[in-house]
Ligand binder design. Structure first.
Ligand code: 173
Length: 321
């Protein structure tokens, strides 16, 4: 009798031990380590590794030196990595609709309630075998940066560095475009291969682009998105306790993004002016045309890429009319 009880106890203990075994997930960021668009993710990792002791840990492999940014989506889909910090424009080859995050005019708190998040999450599960865990960058507009002045919303004759974020908009205004990863922007500017580039309001100092930038065009447009994705096969194998460690760090990060980037935007706007970068401000009708064209061409592009899901995403993401 006693032996049986002991045996049962030790079996229960070893089952608990198996269940509680710590897992380690492999993570990559698509932006240079310790720069503007990797920092929120690095904070996320610190929190998981702090909170997840004995349960779940993240092994941070690194940034573009470890994996080219435009390959991160496929690597996550295939389970080569378990977690990624990446923006939708970098993996439109896997899920074309991902680039639509840039067009959100509502905060994530609202998109998580109105069906916008759910619509995207379903596509991530289907097309990418991924969980869209948290958006860590929001409230952060893109801008056009130039080395030649413009007089209005006409980019004819200019050659601009892009990602899918800016393609339809800059082309609609007459520009010629060339796609590069962020790591190639400095050299492209230095060699005069491009006359300018698209990038958000923050982060141009990270890789020294300020040295090769004369003008920023205002207004900004869209909302930069960088998010944490998890391979769904990996996710499905986690226990609830392990998932909760990730969920908690994800919720904190997403909740911080709007205020965090609000402050960063103000800081970098001033820093750019202090560095002698001049503002070309398109105001009045010119500014309104420019801004409206950004959204119109952006949505046209999303709907062209995804006639099936684009119109619904437009309805859920756009500012209520
Ligand atoms: O310009 C880019 O490389 C780009 O698309 C992007 C997206 C989100 C944040 C920063 C850059």
């Amino acid at each position: 009798m006693k032996t049986t009880a002991l045996l049962a106890t030790s079996l229960a203990l070893s089952a608990a031990a198996v269940e509680a075994q710590e897992v380690t997930l492999k993570a990559v960021t698509s932006f240079a380590e310790k720069t503007t668009y990797s920092r929120p993710f690095e904070r996320f990792i610190e929190r998981v590794n702090q909170d997840g002791k004995g349960l779940i840990q993240i092994n941070y492999i690194g940034g573009p030196k470890a994996m080219p940014p435009f390959e991160v989506g496929n690597a996550l889909k295939g389970g080569v990595i378990d977690i990624a910090n990446v923006t939708g424009a970098f993996y439109t080859n896997v899920i074309p609709e991902a680039d639509a995050w840039k067009l959100t005019e509502r905060p994530m708190t609202e998109l998580r309630k109105n069906g916008g998040y759910d619509a995207m999450a379903a596509l991530y599960a289907q097309k990418m075998n991924a969980i869209f865990l948290a958006r860590l960058v929001d409230n952060n507009p893109f801008h056009l940066y130039l080395n030649k002045p413009i007089a209005g919303p006409d980019l004819t004759g200019l050659k601009l560095r892009i990602t899918p974020v800016y393609r339809d908009f800059f082309q609609a205004l007459g520009a010629t475009v060339v796609q590069t990863a962020p790591g190639e922007v400095y050299t492209a500017l230095e060699r005069g291969v491009v006359d300018g580039y698209g990038w958000p309001i923050t982060g141009i100092f990270d890789l020294g682009w300020n040295e090769k930038t004369k003008y920023r065009v205002d207004p900004g447009f869209y909302a930069a998105e960088v998010s944490v994705l998890v391979n769904k096969t990996t996710w499905d194998k986690l226990t609830d306790a392990q998932k909760n460690v990730l969920r908690k760090a994800a919720e904190r990060g997403e909740a911080e993004a709007v205020a965090e980037f609000g402050a960063e935007n103000a800081k970098d706007t001033k820093r750019q002016a202090d560095a002698g970068i001049q503002t070309i401000k398109l105001d009045g009708a010119a500014g309104a045309t420019y801004y409206a064209k950004a959204y119109q061409s952006g949505w046209d592009g999303v709907i062209r890429q995804s006639p099936e899901h684009g119109p619904k995403l437009k309805e859920l993401f756009s500012k209520p009319k």
